[in-house]
Design a binder for this molecule. Structure first.
Ligand SMILES: C[S@@+](CC[C@H](N)C(=O)[O-])C[C@H]1O[C@@H](n2cnc3c(N)ncnc32)[C@H](O)[C@@H]1O
Length: 242
């Protein structure tokens, strides 16, 4: 199987998730009311990577999670790539707390995993959403927020957005990429945020870029806070910084 070569920033991401997961299970294992603390890796990957810095193998986020002590009570690993999902199928064969899925996580999370994590389940979950690009749907994030039981970690897909959406002139964006951005953002409001309509000398109009990805990321955080219900006095859904 072909492994990804990862930059130092991905190694930092893996360290952050590892530390967060360890703190999470340490705290949750002491809550007597809690009937399970669940780890979900929705874009699980190949299980390991090659470090660009050292050329050595680096365990991926699912393997790090499996090594956390105290362990999670359940693990759910999803990948769209059949060969990658098979890695976790093998682990699931040896460990009953591991569940492996092959397919689109936007469907599998909402239909198969989230329903068992509603508020009455007395379970809590840490869900890692780490796509390569714009493969995560806003509907999936919203479904996680509505559970009120699940912490999410989102890797905001700056590279895909910069390459395929953030042109000086919006006319250069392909309709297929605009659709992917709409699915990620949940509506088309990102366009008003990033572009301004401008008349040309020839009587037609262009949409010219007025903001960059940092503005977009900040606005995305606001949207997370809104669906997390922070303003309704509930537990903040969003923990993060840009
Ligand atoms: C960045 S990698 C994940 C790396 C992993 N989280 C880690 O740190 O070790 C993204 C993975 O998502 C998978 N993928 C892409 N689209 C997907 C989708 N819609 N549902 C599930 N997996 C998807 C890819 O096959 C790839 O293995």
């Amino acid at each position: 199987m072909k492994l990804d070569q990862i930059g130092f920033w991905s190694e930092i991401k893996l360290e952050i998730i590892k530390k967060y997961a360890k703190a999470y299970t340490s705290i949750m294992s002491k809550q007597s009311w809690c009937k399970g603390y669940v780890y979900i890796d929705a874009f699980a990957g190949a299980g390991k990577h090659i470090s660009r810095k050292t050329g050595e193998l680096v365990p991926g986020s699912p393997l790090n999670a499996l090594n956390v002590t105290p362990p999670f009570t359940e693990y759910h690993f999803i990948d769209l790539d059949e060969e990658r999902a098979e890695v976790f199928n093998e682990i699931a064969g040896e460990n009953q707390s591991v569940h492996s899925y092959h397919g689109n996580c936007n469907e599998i999370l909402v239909k198969e995993i989230f329903p068992a994590l509603n508020y009455d389940s007395f379970k809590r979950a840490l869900c890692i959403l780490d796509p390569y690009g714009l493969q995560l749907n806003w509907g999936t994030i919203k479904a996680a927020a509505e559970l009120k039981t699940t912490d999410i970690f989102i890797n905001f897909p700056i590279m895909d957005i910069n390459r395929n959406i953030l042109f000086e002139d919006f006319a250069k964006a392909e309709s297929e990429d605009i659709e992917r951005m709409n699915a990620f953002w949940g509506d088309e409001s990102w366009k008003q945020l990033l572009y301004k309509e401008q008349a040309t000398l020839f009587g037609d109009t262009h949409h010219i870029k007025i903001e960059d990805y940092q503005t977009l990321a900040k606005e995305f955080c606001k949207r997370l806070k809104q669906i997390g219900g922070e303003n309704e006095g509930q537990r903040p859904f969003y923990r993060g910084r840009f």
